[in-house]
Design a protein. Structure first.
Lengths: 539, 433
């Protein structure tokens, strides 16, 4: 605590020391600001680039403010007076301020304003300009972000600003990034010793900017000793990168696998336990995804909570639809698998067209909660995307819950009893029809939950289900019909196999190879990975 | 006897009325000009094509309100080929031989157009095709109002190369004919500009691909060599959402590696959360955000026709707007809806497009259009960041493919050939393989 406090005061002092300097600087650079403001009003992008450079040079708080507003798309031009203003949306109108003086100008309608357009190059220029402002920011996070931005863009001109700041910096992470930037700029120095030291420091650092700089130097240098040490440094970098690439691939595989397991696990119950070939399984997933959409629509302010609420709701909605299908159609067709297949295929078409009629054939946009977007950055070569990470965890939770229901509850016991020997179960007083409906409802409900997860990854549209039905059957059959563990293991292994094949063969061929493998496997072991044993197998 | 006489009278009277009725109905039938609309209203392509059916209905309604065509009312005949390629051919045949339509407006995918092609050629119909496509085709009976590769892909690559300074290229596409041909053209074009093999990465994925993790990670690695990299995407419709989501999640912003897409328009974006997409690019001949009077009128008309204030307009809709108006003008010029006469009259016809200029039908049955590059904004609209200085004429046969660069298409009288080799002076069949 005390150290951070000391640090804060130190930085505050620094800022105070710098402040008079900047303000006097700002006075002299007023014309620069005005000129930049004039240029920003124009339509041509090259002029705007120039304006940003002018603003960056002027380095005054006003210009920082304008740059920020420009990046956040809050900078407008008043159509009538051609004044540059910063606007804040207030309900239906905009509160506007003069861009330089920040003088309040009152409220205007949207029509009175014209947004100053920004393109990618401008955004990148602004970010780099703001980074040099933020280097002196007392907030640690902002400083770190600024230094990282400079490192990512390999903006080595900034090294001259950073060099005097390094001894004053206290935060280890920032110091590390700063010294890498300085070492990178030292690589092009004339001093041989300095260059050698830089190479030693950079050895084993996996940041892409480092690798590129070393690569470049290796091609340019005539010095054999230096070339040798660069080669060593690059080799150690490549070894590390290869290691992380394998871990990344494994993660990709597990995440694809968890999606497959989620999509298939409901089917593992309806098809695996009950033996119903349910072609409408994909549409039950789709209903779950649409439930997420509707709930997000009802709660537009809190997307995160809406997504969480969607999980039980989707379970109930898809479950009820499932029970309706079972009671309405499937129960008349038990034991006639071909008819069941055709009937459920028909149901799947009906469900698709119903959704098309209610929600239109267009895809619906389901938002991702902020805590699910982005990535967990372990280092610059390995970052795990958060939505995938959550879905792996979610998949395991669903699996555990389902396993618990089937093995430890009364319903689970009855389900297993009915599926193993219906007549005996009935003789023992189990209401087999009720159990059938509940089992089918459970499987369908789980499909709905899978839909919530898939809505975070892919399109929510009427065709969502179709793209998963084949994969689902593949996973269940490969894993062994009637075995939950089989579904988990087969889903995960198919996912990993697919991802390890993909870089080598391409996505199209990888999918084909996996299918061919499964066909051959089923020829050899028709009952899948984990065949049921004993009396259950005959039932 | 008397009874039978009465009966006879009744019979005669009945026949007479019946005849009179049928004559009036024939007269009524010839009072309308039938226009066929061949767009999928169910199945996978319904997502894109339903909008185009509605666009056509609106254009026909407007034309009727303005007095119709040749003093007759237009009558739309809507059929649903249900995203089923062979069914497209059947439905086209139904439109031409059963309903006797004067022109067909329809199709989206290239494969559906290829399936309709022999039918419209055999029955000598007219087909207006409104979607950007891979080129390498020119039929006497088809008018291509969407963009050819030189009206979309090539200018987009030029923009990236000259304005953004891109040196490394990822050509990513869905695995079917349009991306494969477009990427072949682009690869040849890039190599002609001196781009080395190692700086081009080509990747194909299956339809509806949803797991983009490895590919995006590969693109990230490919683009982290310190040289400016861009992705040229011919990824089809549905697969785009997970692709862009994955880009956002893996932290690739448009400033690092911009993606320029040829199949992502306003309609596709309306189904996506666009925040992580800001700054990515698309190349089209029309954007809803274009500031022109014609466009403003069109948008207002569309919103009131469809009775939804949130509906967007897009490039293929503009193509139908251009195509329909060209057909109307050609019919007026020819004074008849006879396909032969219209085919002759329509070449050289120019009509206003929605970006504030005029588009003309070229002798190769393609049209002239401006090319616009837009950046995706947070509200799902595009902001134009670059446009060609003038109109670009659609080129049926790419100048950058070795097999097709000597081939031209000119449907005017002396040549009247869609596939004419200027080296051998021979006119071969329709399709070049």
């Amino acid at each position: 605590m005390t150290i951070t406090n000391q640090l804060k005061t130190l930085i505050l002092l620094l800022v105070l020391l710098l402040a008079p300097g900047t303000s006097s600087f700002a006075d002299t650079s007023e014309p620069k600001l005005d000129q930049a403001v004039e240029l920003l009003k124009g339509k041509k992008f090259p002029q705007k680039y120039q304006a940003i450079e002018l603003l960056a040079e002027s380095a005054s708080p006003q210009s920082q403010n304008i740059l920020k507003a420009l990046l956040e798309r809050r900078l407008f031009k008043l159509k009538k007076t051609k004044q540059l203003v910063i606007a804040e949306k207030q309900g239906k109108t905009y509160l506007i301020q003069q861009a330089i003086s920040l003088e309040e100008l009152g409220e205007v309608k949207k029509r009175a304003l014209k947004k100053i357009s920004v393109n990618n190059k401008m955004r990148s220029l602004i970010r780099s300009a703001l980074a040099s402002f933020d280097l002196k920011n007392p907030d640690r996070e902002k400083r770190l972000a600024a230094v990282k931005q400079i490192l990512d863009k390999a903006d080595l001109d900034k090294a001259t600003i950073i060099r005097p700041m390094l001894p004053l910096e206290q935060d280890e992470e920032i110091i590390e990034a700063m010294s890498i930037i300085i070492a990178l700029s030292d690589l092009s120095s004339d001093d041989l010793q300095l260059r050698n030291d830089a190479v030693t420091l950079l050895s084993g650092n996996i940041h892409p900017s480092v690798r590129n700089a070393l690569n470049q130097l290796q091609q340019q240098t005539d010095d054999k000793a230096l070339a040798q040490s660069i080669k060593q440094a690059l080799d150690s970098i490549d070894a590390k990168l290869q290691f992380y690439a394998v871990i990344e691939n494994l993660f990709f595989g597990l995440s694809l696998g968890s999606v497959l397991v989620l999509a298939a696990i409901g089917l593992a119950i309806t098809f695996g336990v009950m033996g119903v070939i349910n072609m409408a399984h994909g549409e039950l997933i789709m209903i779950g995804a649409y439930t997420t959409y509707v709930i997000q629509l009802l709660m537009p302010e809190s997307i995160g909570t809406a997504t969480l609420i969607a999980i039980p709701t989707a379970f109930v909605v898809s479950g009820l639809v499932g029970i309706a299908i079972e009671r309405g159609v499937i129960r008349f067709l038990y034991g006639r698998s071909l008819e069941t297949l055709l009937a459920t295929f028909g149901i799947s078409l009906i469900l698709q067209q119903t959704v098309r009629s209610i929600f239109s054939p267009l895809n619906r946009s389901v938002e991702t909660p902020s805590w699910m977007s982005g990535a967990w950055e372990i280092n610059s070569a390995l970052s795990l995307t958060l939505n995938r990470l959550y879905i792996i965890v979610f998949c395991l939770l669903v699996f555990a819950a389902l396993f618990f229901v089937l093995k430890k509850t009364a319903l689970g016991l009855q389900v297993r009893a009915v599926s193993q020997n219906r007549a005996m179960a009935r003789a023992m007083g189990v209401r087999s029809e009720w159990v059938d409906a509940m089992t089918f409802g459970l499987g369908s409900g789980v499909a709905g939950i899978a839909g919530v997860a898939l809505s975070q990854l892919t399109n929510v549209g009427p065709n969502l289900g179709q793209s998963y039905i084949i994969d689902s059957f593949m996973v269940v059959v490969f894993g062994g019909v009637g075995n939950l563990w089989g579904t988990l293991v087969s889903g995960m292994s198919l996912g990993v196999a697919n991802k390890f094949l993909e870089p080598w063969s391409g996505a199209v061929l990888a999918k084909i190879l996996v299918l061919v493998f499964i066909i051959l496997f089923i020829q050899k072991r028709p009952k899948g990975l984990f065949p049921q044993k004993g009396r259950a197998a005959e039932g | 006897m008397s009874i039978s006489k009465q009966k006879l009278k009744q019979l005669v009277l009945g026949t007479a009325t019946g005849l009179a009725l049928s004559i009036t109905s024939i007269a009524q039938a010839s009072d309308t000009i039938k226009v066929g609309i061949l767009h999928s209203l169910s199945g996978t392509m319904a997502i894109s094509e339903t909008t185009l059916k509605d666009t056509m209905l609106m254009l026909i309604k407007e034309q009727n309100a303005n007095g119709g065509l040749l003093g007759k009312q237009l009558e739309p005949v809507v059929v649903d080929p249900a995203s089923n390629w062979p069914l497209f051919a059947e439905k086209a045949r139904e439109l031409l031989s059963k309903h006797k339509v004067s022109a067909i407006f329809g199709n989206w995918t290239s494969v559906s157009r290829k399936s309709v092609l022999p039918v419209v050629e055999e029955l000598n119909g007219l087909l207006f095709y409104p979607v950007q496509y891979e080129g390498e085709e020119s039929s006497k009976n088809v008018f291509y109002t969407g963009a050819a590769p030189n009206q979309q892909a090539i200018p987009a690559v030029d923009y990236l190369m000259n304005e953004i300074g891109v040196k490394r290229w990822v050509l990513a596409g869905t695995d079917y004919v349009y991306p494969r041909t477009t990427n072949k053209i682009l690869e040849a074009y890039l190599k002609g500009k001196g781009v080395a093999d190692k700086d081009i990465m080509i990747n194909y994925t299956p339809f509806g691909h949803s797991d983009w993790q490895s590919i995006v990670s590969d693109i990230k690695k490919f683009g982290s060599t310190g040289v400016k990299t861009a992705v040229v995407s011919t990824i089809n419709g549905d697969a785009n959402v997970p692709f862009y989501k994955e880009l956002g999640n893996q932290g690739i912003s448009a400033e690092d590696i911009p993606v320029v897409a040829f199949s992502v328009g306003e309609e596709e974006l309306s189904g996506i959360d666009t925040k992580p997409l800001v700054g990515h690019l698309a190349a089209w001949n029309y954007f809803m955000s274009v500031d022109s009077e014609a466009n403003e009128e069109f948008i207002t008309a569309w919103k009131s026709f469809i009775k939804d204030d949130k509906r967007v307009t897009n490039d293929p809709m503009e193509a139908h707007y251009i195509g329909f108006n060209m057909w109307v003008k050609a019919v007026e010029k020819a004074g008849t809806t006879d396909p032969e006469a219209v085919q002759e009259a329509i070449i050289g016809v120019s009509v206003p497009n929605l970006t504030g200029g005029l588009s003309a039908m070229m002798p190769n049955h393609h049209v002239t259009k401006p090319v616009l590059i837009g950046e995706i904004q947070e509200d799902g609209q595009f902001e134009v960041v670059w446009e060609t200085s003038g109109l670009v004429a659609g080129d049926a046969w790419s100048d950058f493919l070795p097999g097709s660069k000597d081939i031209i298409s000119d449907w005017r009288a002396p040549l009247a050939c869609g596939n004419y080799n200027i080296k051998t002076s021979k006119c071969s069949g329709q399709n070049y393989e």
